[in-house]
Design a protein. Structure first.
Length: 156
């Protein structure tokens, strides 16, 4: 696995694959499309203007783009984490190959510190992934509401 920072010239690619991801997330959230068929992601532009926000493409060992991750330091719990995993996906065709676990491990190794990861309880795959990927850090589990859970932990 390889983590590659998204550059300004990659903006359109990130927009396109993020739209596909957001569409997949409509299985868990009631987001509606705009008149152009896009789903709103209010912080998208900030990943190109806010130095605290970072986006990465995920490439496999054959240099094939298999997913992306977006991180920032803005807490879901009114705390002060170093990192919050805002968005993360491995595209469906590449799933069940342990790429998500490898990518998560790589991200936690590269960005040592205190983290928050939020997932939707109805998203069983995400729940399983994040509970397994963080178990070695003994995360604190906080239920935000009936459907969302935040794992908070430190990798150092």
């Amino acid at each position: 696995m390889k983590l590659v920072a998204v550059k300004p010239q990659d903006r359109e690619l990130l927009w396109n694959i993020n739209q596909k991801y957001l569409y997949e997330m409509t299985n868990f959230y009631d987001d509606e499309m705009d008149t152009l068929g896009n789903l709103n992601y209010g912080y998208f532009d900030a990943y190109f203007t806010d130095p605290k926000r970072k986006a990465f493409f995920l490439f496999d060992e054959k240099q094939v783009l298999v997913g992306f991750a977006m991180i920032h330091p803005y807490s879901n719990l009114n705390e002060k984490p170093d990192y919050v995993l805002a968005e993360f996906t491995v595209f469906p065709v590449y799933r069940r190959k342990h790429l998500a676990e490898k990518a998560a491990e790589m991200i936690f190794e590269r960005f040592k510190g205190c983290w928050e990861i939020k997932y939707n309880e109805k998203n069983i795959a995400a729940k399983t992934l994040w509970n397994k990927a963080t178990e070695q850090y003994f995360p604190k589990v906080t239920r935000l509401n009936d459907t969302e859970t935040v794992l908070s932990f430190c990798t150092t």
